[in-house]
Design a protein around this ligand. Structure first.
Ligand code: DON
Length: 317
């Protein structure tokens, strides 16, 4: 593989090795159109399968970007990791643990199944994420979404906006999430206005990010909660450790075991085509490519992560 790497990177001889590597990945994987764009949220069908962007940010704040790294797309489930961190920060570990488990479910992201004690399996599946949004809603009420948007903006180091069309599209069609939320209300995991919690969740999923943003957000996790680009302390190291733990065990859904075996980097994917991967004390990676595999993980994004992990020996174990 290393001779291929040298050949691929020949045109970028004057670029730093990481930039050359990312350009090589872009060239290698951009013609791969396997997988399909998410269509269960109608507005997501409009995504262009050609789009492919990569960002990588080291913990000393160097930013590397390739392809459509400035192209906005909706964060979707990638938000779950950061909203979990926010929930821990706002209500504390005990209240979060009372509402949500930390066991991998081995099931699809939209599974309605709960644990034997009627909690969501973990905060990375829809049920657990809706529960997190509920905890934040209990504290902030109508300001819950704004609190989430502000925190995610700190992670990204810039003001993040919302895609109103995607939000409206999911609000219209998200009846499965609605069913999950009402089930959680029945078990008192959700304790207040279900519709308001769902709207908070749908809105958080429709926050617009770029691959570069995701890389900065991941690098903030990798850097123990301090954004390495802005220098702002976003979240405590203790919460970062818990967030990376659930990303490790459950971030890639029913592919999580395979993922940690092959790639070995805590990560989280979203049906908008984004993946964040954060390697503690090293770097954050953000990828964007809308075609997804059967687990809901971006195909080209997975390939970039695999290539990066093997090329630079980044498997954490
Ligand atoms: O709740 C949903 O179904 C979407 N808003 C987010 C799902 C998602 O991104 C799953 N990730 N692969």
């Amino acid at each position: 593989a290393s001779s291929n790497f040298a050949t691929r990177s020949a045109g970028y001889a004057n670029e730093p090795p990481l930039q050359r590597f990312l350009a090589g990945c872009y060239g290698d994987f951009k013609s791969d159109y396997s997988g399909t764009v998410a269509d269960y949220i109608p507005e997501l069908k409009r995504a262009n399968p050609a789009h492919f962007g990569i960002g990588l940010v080291t913990i000393d704040g160097h930013v590397y970007e390739v392809g459509d790294s400035a192209m906005p797309f909706t964060i979707q489930s990638v938000s779950k990791a950061f909203v979990f961190a926010l929930a821990l920060d706002l209500v504390g570990e005990e209240r979060v643990a009372a509402a949500i488990g930390v066991e991998p479910s081995g099931e699809a992201f939209n599974s309605i199944r709960l644990t034997n004690d009627n909690r969501p399996f973990n905060p990375m599946v829809n049920a657990g994420a809706i529960a997190c949004s509920g905890l934040i809603h209990q504290v902030d009420g109508a300001h819950a979404f704004e609190r989430i948007r502000e925190k995610l903006s700190q992670f990204a180091g810039r003001e993040l906006d919302v895609d109103d069309a995607v939000h409206a599209s999911e609000a219209l069609t998200g009846n499965r999430n609605r069913a999950i939320a009402w089930l959680l209300r029945n078990y008192l995991v959700l304790q207040d206005d279900v519709d308001a919690v769902l709207d908070t969740y749908f809105r958080q999923c429709a926050i617009l990010v770029t691959a570069r943003d995701l890389a900065v957000m991941a690098a903030t996790l990798a850097n123990r909660g301090v954004n390495p680009v802005t220098g702002v302390s976003v979240i405590s190291p203790n919460i970062v450790a818990r967030t990376l733990s659930v990303m490790t065990s459950s971030g890639m859904y029913d592919y999580a075991g395979e993922w940690i075996y092959r790639v070995g980097i805590p990560a989280k994917s979203g049906v908008g085509g984004g993946i964040v991967a954060a390697l503690p004390s090293q770097m954050g990676l953000g990828t964007f490519s809308p075609c997804l595999d059967s687990h809901g993980n971006s195909v080209r994004g997975l390939k970039v992560c695999e290539a990066l992990s093997s090329r630079f020996d980044l498997h954490m174990l």
